[in-house]
Design a binder for this molecule. Structure first.
Ligand code: AKG
Length: 230
């Protein structure tokens, strides 16, 4: 359910939509969206719906002080990697730092990632077993529009994105049907949940910005297939 006015600055945009965001009706949740039913935090706001829950946003999933503490700890303790990847005929820098962990056991995993996993497992009732981290150092860092690689996800389980540090804008676009667009400001302590199905129908990305913006860390929790199955 989405109730305006919009304190989280959620800005759904469609080529045919002229009404202010807070006056627009949003799709009703289906019975199946109870899969994502919260047990604690208020909300969520529905960005769009599908048979597996669509995309939903909880602006204050984590207390502010805890989000700030986790940001500092992860910035200082994670072994961040600067990656390079082929693009056309060149090798280019991935425009952010990355890291990842699997929860086969919790040894060597920074405690905030285990705490966040446990909160998300309880909140969403999903068996998250892996987390990918992104560190956007400033407005020059970004992630190109994409959907997650389906063969690296267990079907039916959502992806949960926790945001720490500075707010950055994510743009979500439908792949077909007019490429309608949603811009959402991912605030510190917020949670964005994307259904498995939505990775086929929509792309999400964070563009570079010229606005002065400090660092942000995102934690993307997923249900990955067993390693032997890859
Ligand atoms: O930083 C974010 O919130 C998005 C990260 C993302 O799209 C990804 O890890 O695939």
């Amino acid at each position: 359910m989405f109730l305006g006015p919009d304190p989280g600055r959620l800005v759904p945009v469609s080529p045919h939509e002229t009404r202010p965001a807070h006056t627009r009706a949003m799709p009703r949740a289906t019975a199946q969206t109870d899969l994502f039913a919260p047990v604690s935090a208020p909300g969520p706001r529905t960005l769009f719906d599908d048979a597996q829950g669509g995309m939903r946003y909880w602006p204050e999933f984590l207390p502010e002080a805890l989000a700030a503490e986790w940001f500092d700890t992860l910035r200082d303790t994670v072994a961040w990697e600067a990656q390079r990847r082929p693009m056309y005929d060149r090798i280019v820098d991935v425009p952010r730092l990355v890291a990842s962990y699997r929860f086969d056991d919790d040894a060597g995993v920074p405690p905030p990632l285990v705490d966040a996993r446990d909160r998300l497992r309880a909140h969403l009732r999903q068996p998250f077993n892996a987390v990918g981290l992104n560190f956007y150092r400033d407005g020059n860092d970004s992630v190109a529009p994409h959907g997650d690689k389906m063969h690296m996800l267990v079907a039916g389980h959502p992806i949960a994105l926790l945001s720490l540090g500075e707010t950055r804008r994510m743009t979500i676009r439908a792949k077909e049907g007019g490429r309608s667009r949603i811009d959402i400001e991912l605030e510190p302590g917020s949670l964005l949940v994307m259904s498995h199905a939505s990775q086929l129908t929509h792309e999400h990305g964070i563009a570079k910005t010229r606005e002065p913006v400090g660092p942000r860390i995102s934690l993307a929790y997923r249900v990955r297939p067993p390693k032997s199955a890859r």
